[in-house]
Ligand binder design. Structure first.
Ligand SMILES: [Zn+2]
Length: 325
């Protein structure tokens, strides 16, 4: 009995240490530094895109600004797993200020998991935006208390115009991890468990701007044939989870999302550890969850084979997504 108790005591010390060690075991970004896009020269004008972690992306042409997702709270791993979460008003506000976002036409949410949708109504409230997304996303906005006229529910494919942007949401599939699927059927009043943010259907977002085309694939899922016949010069490609799948899955994902739209450039997104605050440098997802290096190496090899330019984006960098294309 005594032996068992001392074994359990040792385990109680060792297990969290092992977990903490494994949680921080992740690939280095060093081999990929040369792939990061530089910021656009400040004196030039035109469409700018700013990556803000996960699949939060700011599109701004100087007249109209749109945000995909708008997730800034990034609660820590323990809270996300064991406690209840809610938008962090201070972090959202300081992120909006740092990214110089003071007005937005729309916050377009790719699906309703918390790392995409949680802050969208708060961001809309602060910037005058409408929230565009699924019924589940609408229920997150309603739970926050956002006015109904600021909520646009999308069912099936839909196109909206915001200034010179034409934004089309196309139903797609989420990465098949099977967690927190289903729908949010009533207004979601925070704080809630992370798993209460159910997926609610996923969308590919096609953006057309002055004849230029871009696609945001926020999660590494696809529906075979769904994007056939669409065009996107630049694809912002969701990465999370891909490193855990077999090569066949990565192959099919690339073919159905990147090759299908005739992309000339791919910019990897949703590779960062979203349990760390955005004011710290982005690091890849924990090795416990994914192997981001496998995905990046795959993207680099496939891009080279198909003469597509592969790039990454650092947080807060105002990019010209078409620079050098
Ligand atoms: Zn998700």
């Amino acid at each position: 009995m005594k032996r068992i108790l001392s074994f359990l005591a040792v385990l109680a010390v060792v297990a969290p240490t092992w977990l903490a060690y494994r949680w921080n075991d992740r690939p280095s970004l060093d081999p990929y530094r040369t792939y990061f896009l530089a910021s656009a020269p400040a004196e030039t004008r035109g469409l700018r895109v700013t990556f803000l972690g996960v699949s939060t992306l700011l599109f701004d042409d100087g007249e109209t600004a749109l945000l995909i997702d708008g997730f800034f709270s990034r609660p820590g791993v323990l809270r996300s797993l064991a406690a209840r979460i809610e938008p962090d008003v201070e972090r959202v506000q300081s992120s909006l200020e740092r990214a110089a976002i003071d007005r937005l036409a729309a916050v377009v949410v790719v699906h309703s998991h918390y790392d995409h949708a949680m802050d969208s109504p708060l961001v809309a409230e602060r910037t005058g935006a409408v929230v565009v997304g699924s019924e589940s996303t609408a229920n997150i906005a309603r739970g926050w208390g956002l006015d109904e006229e600021r909520i646009r529910v999308v069912a099936g494919e839909s196109t909206e115009r915001f200034g010179r942007f034409r934004v089309t949401l196309i139903p797609t599939a989420h990465f098949p991890h099977g967690m927190a699927m289903g729908e949010i059927r009533k207004p979601l009043v925070t704080p809630v468990r992370a798993t209460d943010y159910k997926e609610g259907g996923s969308y590919s977002v096609l953006l057309e701007h002055d004849g230029k085309t871009m696609l945001v694939q926020g999660s590494a899922g696809f529906v075979p044939g769904r994007l056939r016949g669409r065009r996107a010069d630049v694809v912002f490609l969701g990465t999370a989870g891909l490193g855990t799948r077999e090569e066949d899955y990565r192959d099919a994902y690339w073919r159905e999302v990147v090759t299908a739209v005739g992309a000339r450039r791919v910019i990897g997104i949703h590779w960062d550890d979203f349990t760390r605050p955005l004011d710290e440098p982005l690091v890849p997802l924990s090795g416990l969850l994914d192997d981001v290096a496998v995905s990046f190496d795959f993207f680099i090899a496939r891009a080279a084979a198909e003469k597509i330019d592969f790039k990454l984006a650092g947080a807060w960098t105002k990019l010209d997504p078409f620079a050098g294309l």
